[in-house]
Design a protein around this ligand. Structure first.
Ligand SMILES: [Zn+2]
Length: 233
């Protein structure tokens, strides 16, 4: 059997999307989805004969032929997962201990994070940045995801800011706390690069906002050994 997995432009077709089924679909559900769809698009059954409809019916038949054949499906699945890994790079997740906070930000956070105080070693004194993130050369090439704790303000969950005598917010309407922002930085990441993130739109949820308008993060690319040492100071 010689069935092409590619469309006219040479791109891999997603046959699972064509049949509207998950990647894990079993034979019975592949078949029932095919039967339902072909009724809708088959030119004979529908009574309306159009080029687009014929093309659609052929695609549905092709998807069914591939996914209902064990050997063909295995071959196709290999190509599909390879193509997915190509266009979706895998970012490295940076451990919390490799984020160091500026003295001023640390002071703000310390009053808000009762259980997770930031250790002295995790502060940086460099001015001009709020946090410094230490990454390895490998991580600079893969891109990174890093979570950073920041001071935040939450609308009072008891009175929603409407009760001047509220005992939870003491009539302030809002409560100070801390929330994490997740930053994604695509590769390549240069050593000593300074990134600035807008925090106004990066709200943790409807009721919470960060108190800072933006966050400046400096990225230091260091060797693996230095990365370990930086966390042990
Ligand atoms: Zn309140």
């Amino acid at each position: 059997m010689n069935i092409s997995f590619l469309d006219d432009r040479g791109s891999l077709i997603n046959f699972y999307e064509v049949l509207n089924i998950p990647l894990t679909a079993e034979k019975a559900s592949i078949r029932s989805s095919f039967c339902a769809l072909i009724k809708l698009f088959h030119p004979d059954a529908a009574g309306i004969d159009s080029e687009e409809q014929r093309r659609r019916a052929h695609l549905i038949i092709r998807a069914y032929k591939v996914l209902s054949d064990i050997a063909l499906r295995a071959e196709y699945d290999r190509l599909l997962s390879a193509s997915r890994n190509q266009d979706r790079p895998t970012f490295s997740v940076i451990p919390r201990r490799r984020v160091k906070y500026s003295v001023s930000l640390e002071g703000l956070l310390r009053t808000r994070m009762l259980n997770k105080r930031i250790r002295r070693a995790e502060r940086v004194r460099n001015f001009g940045q709020d946090v410094e993130v230490f990454i390895t050369p490998g991580e600079s090439e893969s891109g990174i995801v890093v979570r950073i704790d920041l001071p935040s303000r939450m609308t009072c969950p008891l009175c929603y800011g409407k009760d001047p005598d509220c005992h939870v917010c003491r009539g302030m309407g809002r409560i100070g706390g801390s929330s994490a922002v997740e930053l994604t930085i695509p590769p390549p990441i240069a050593h000593d690069a300074l990134y600035e993130f807008d925090l106004i739109k990066a709200r943790p949820d409807r009721f919470t906002s960060f108190t800072m308008k933006s966050l400046k993060a400096r990225i230091s690319v260091i060797g693996k050994r230095n990365a370990a040492a930086a966390t042990q100071q």
